[in-house]
Write a protein that binds this ligand. Structure first.
Ligand SMILES: *[C@@H]1O[C@H](CO)[C@@H](O)[C@H](O)[C@H]1NC(C)=O
Ligand SMILES: *[C@@H]1O[C@H](CO)[C@@H](O)[C@H](O)[C@H]1NC(C)=O
Ligand SMILES: *[C@@H]1O[C@H](CO)[C@@H](O)[C@H](O)[C@H]1NC(C)=O
Length: 765
């Protein structure tokens, strides 16, 4: 979220004043809890659930404010309670869990970056059936006047739709149409925590005052808009992935975050409203399946046949940083497009460096003096160009070098401009390496990698009169290699269940052009008064709706496919290599990426239409998975809203969840009793379902990894009718390796026409 300084200040004040109030009245502070009720064990003395909820609540707290009741994704309610009341409530009969609400956040990199539109998308066949598919986007709302929400040529709203168009001061019933078929907003949790919404700052309605929700929803299912661009950059046709699918907007994110009770209410409603896909570029919760709001909501959405697609997070390149990892969620990482926005810096010594920028204004007419912000500041960390940190007399008329980090990139350009600088070179520090992100800067600017930054700083130190100039290079196409995994994209291994590979796949999430709000400029800065219909931003927030939209197209083409089947089709047809045979690269390392970075690979929309075979999974499979995790019945109930008893005589294996990829954690030499030389064997079982023509598939394993033997049995499978299922096992026999070692391979079933691929990621822990 773009938290301007003003908003942060407001938040701090609010927290302080609440504290003050608590001191003076001695009233214990309340916070929001999500109460999960054991619906099937309601005492018969109650006539209905609401009465029961009410009575449970009254027994611990008189006059507590119930925020929402939930009926679809879980049974229960959310309420403001003191810690003491929450503790008492948890001990009441029929209460499954009392979970403190978690605040989530958007998975954007927060400041606009550069763009791109996919080249192949125009080729994707879209039948009229696509207009029967409804994509729910849980985000910051929508800016309904945009052409991307135009409903020209769309038939009336599908009869399956049961939702509504909620109105507010800034959103009326004519804001919805046959494209934007519904819009709701969920603010009770937000307002209970932080006080009433200030309608001069944000809309108490589905209207998007931030831009993020408009961007994600138009990426998933925006209508075709010719001649879209940002200041002339990335000019072309803008379109969502599923241009005929319908959009249902659920605003759950506000200026200060996305609150768990609101998210749960939105998921609950989305299920009741009859959506087919839920797109959530939100994360930050706890990961246990019985405590994470998104995971709990997604389970029940999945049980209703709804595919839930989530962003993997922007915490890369650290390993084990991936979020939204429940196996019933489709988890999407981010990669680049083949489009770039070069900007060139030429130094007084003749050296030239290539960076990126989305600055489109008046350019510098020639070389000007160059200064390092760290040497032109009155503050100790002046190198990052904090607001007010530059000394005007030292930067006036000069190009200022600011280091990345600390504050938003676009804000640095405003700081330089306000101090009288005429240009900015944004240099990466070690933590950003060579990852380049361009923004709609407010003066001539270029973002450069760490290596260039070091060289330029050396030049300034060694030359008594350093100078430079900056020139824009417009929009460059067919940039290779592409895609490249974004440095910020969150990585595996899976922090909770190492046998399940996450993320599932990658999609465009760097430099994405899509619709934007009219409420703020492209940088999101308060003082940026520019208005744009399209903006170019980055994050796994942007890659997630690409997959959501593609899932909608697959749902239209194959209406009987389960969420797992759709995800399988997207994963088994994803690619991991460039045309020249090299593996997709990683910006973070400059070398090949691995399945821990890209999952099954980069999404290939055309191939996903006809995958041949799929790895299907249903509610029962996931329940068995939870049994394999040794979850208690109560934990399973909290996670899934279902009664399920694991059979004590059955051996459940996490390895047997019918997942389209293989993650194989093995014990390292030191942790195996018996020491070096010991080997271990693990067996994974999978079942394939035929969704194509009858035929015989044979298996191949990409490369035998030294020290791991991979055995697939049987080696060929013959499928007759559509829907026929066949199982196989993969046995991994591995020697011991030092902790931290990883090895990768892939497995492929092929009938000569279809190629059903799965990544294999082995790690010694
Ligand atoms: C709804 O809003 C639109 C645009 O903001 C406006 O033109 C229209 O008059 C409004 N309609 C009603 C019924 O208020
Ligand atoms: C900053 O100032 C110090 C002290 O004058 C100098 O040694 C250093 O080279 C300067 N660094 C840059 C990048 O200008
Ligand atoms: C579950 O419990 C069994 C038996 O105690 C144990 O072997 C297994 O490792 C446990 N599984 C997990 C995922 O903790």
């Amino acid at each position: 979220m773009k938290l301007g300084l003003l908003h942060i200040a407001a938040l701090v004040l609010l927290v302080l004043s609440q504290y003050g109030a608590a001191e003076s009245t001695k009233k214990p502070a309340k916070s929001t809890y999500i109460i999960h009720m054991d619906k099937s064990n309601m005492p018969t003395t109650f006539a209905g659930h609401l009465e029961w909820y009410d009575s449970s609540l009254k027994s611990v707290s008189d006059g507590a404010d119930m925020l929402y009741t939930y009926n679809s994704v879980l049974h229960g309610f959310s309420v403001r309670l003191t810690a003491k009341e929450a503790e008492l409530l948890e001990k009441q009969p029929g209460i499954l869990s009392v979970l403190p609400e978690v605040r989530y956040e958007l998975h954007t990199t927060r400041t606009p970056e550069f763009l791109g539109l996919e080249k192949n998308e125009a080729l994707y066949p879209e039948s009229n059936l696509a207009s029967e598919v409804i994509v729910a986007v849980l985000d910051t709302g929508a800016w309904p006047e945009l052409k991307s929400y135009d409903d020209a040529g769309l038939s009336p709203v599908p009869s399956t739709w049961k939702g509504t168009c909620e109105v507010g001061k800034t959103f009326n019933s004519s804001s919805c149409n046959n494209k934007l078929i519904g819009a709701r907003f969920f603010s009770r949790g937000y307002e209970a925590a932080l006080g009433p919404i200030d309608e001069s700052k944000e809309s108490r309605s589905p209207r998007d005052d931030d831009g993020h929700g408009t961007h994600t929803s138009t990426t998933a299912a925006g209508s075709v808009v010719p001649e879209a661009n940002l200041f002339g950059f990335a000019s072309g046709i803008a379109r969502g992935m599923a241009t005929k699918a319908r959009l249902a907007i659920y605003k759950v994110c506000w200026l200060s975050g996305c609150f768990g009770s609101d998210i749960m209410a939105a998921m609950d409603k989305a299920v009741e409203d009859g959506v087919n896909v839920i797109s959530m570029s939100i994360g930050g919760g706890i990961t246990d399946y019985y405590r994470d709001t998104i995971s709990m909501g997604a389970f029940n959405a999945m049980a209703h046949g709804i595919l839930v697609s989530c962003s993997a997070g922007n915490s890369g390149p650290s390993s084990m940083s991936v979020a939204n990892i429940a196996p019933w969620i489709t988890t999407v990482g981010a990669s680049t497009l083949d489009r770039d926005f070069p900007a060139y810096v030429t130094l007084g010594n003749g050296k030239k460096y290539r960076g990126v920028s989305l600055y489109n204004g008046k350019s510098l007419s020639g070389p000007v003096p160059l200064v390092f912000a760290g040497n032109a500041s009155s503050s100790s960390s002046g190198e990052v160009c904090f607001t007010g940190s530059l000394v005007a007399s030292k930067v006036a008329g000069k190009i200022v070098i600011c280091d990345r980090g600390g504050n938003s990139r676009a804000q640095k350009s405003m700081v330089v401009k306000n101090a009288g600088g005429v240009g900015m070179i944004l240099t990466n520090t070690e933590s950003y390496g060579e990852e380049l992100v361009a923004d709609a800067y407010l003066l001539p600017s270029a973002a450069l990698g760490q290596k260039a930054g070091i060289e330029i700083k050396k030049y300034i130190s060694s030359d008594p009169t350093p100078t430079a100039t900056i020139a824009s290079g417009g929009t460059e196409l067919d940039v290779q290699p592409s895609p490249v995994v974004a440095s910020f994209s969150s990585r595996g291994p899976n922090p909770l269940n190492q046998q399940i590979l996450k993320p599932d796949l990658i999609a465009p999430g760097v430099n994405v052009l899509a619709g934007w709000t009219g409420a703020v400029g492209p940088t999101g800065l308060d003082k940026d008064k520019r208005q744009v219909n399209f903006n170019i931003i980055s994050g796994t927030s942007m890659s997630c709706p690409h997959v959501s939209g593609l899932a909608a197209l697959l749902k239209a083409a194959h209406q009987d496919w389960s969420p797992a089947a759709i995800r399988s089709a997207l994963m088994t047809t994803a690619y991991t290599k460039y045309k020249n045979g090299e593996t997709i690269k990683d910006v973070a390392t400059g070398s090949s990426s691995t399945p821990f970075d890209y999952g099954a690979g980069h999404v290939d929309p055309m191939a996903a239409l006809d995958p041949g075979l799929v790895y299907d999974a249903a509610v029962e499979d996931y329940l068995r998975f939870l049994c394999a995790l040794n979850y208690t019945s109560a934990q399973i109930k909290s996670s899934t809203n279902r009664d399920y008893s694991c059979d004590s005589s059955t051996k459940y294996n996490v390895e047997d969840l019918n997942y389209p990829s293989f993650a194989v954690p093995l014990e390292s030499a030191s942790s195996i009793s018996g020491g070096a030389g010991a080997s271990s064997t693990v067996k994974y079982t999978r079942t394939l379902t035929n969704v194509g023509s009858p035929g015989t598939y044979t298996v191949s394993v990409s490369s035998q990894i030294p020290s791991v033997k991979i055995l697939v049995e049987p080696e060929s499978l013959t499928f007759g009718n559509m829907g026929e299922k066949k199982s196989y096992t993969v046995t991994f026999t591995a020697g011991s390796m030092p902790s931290g070692t990883t090895s990768f391979a892939s497995l492929k079933w092929s009938d000569g026409k279809h190629s059903v691929g799965s990544p294999i990621a082995i790690s010694w822990t």
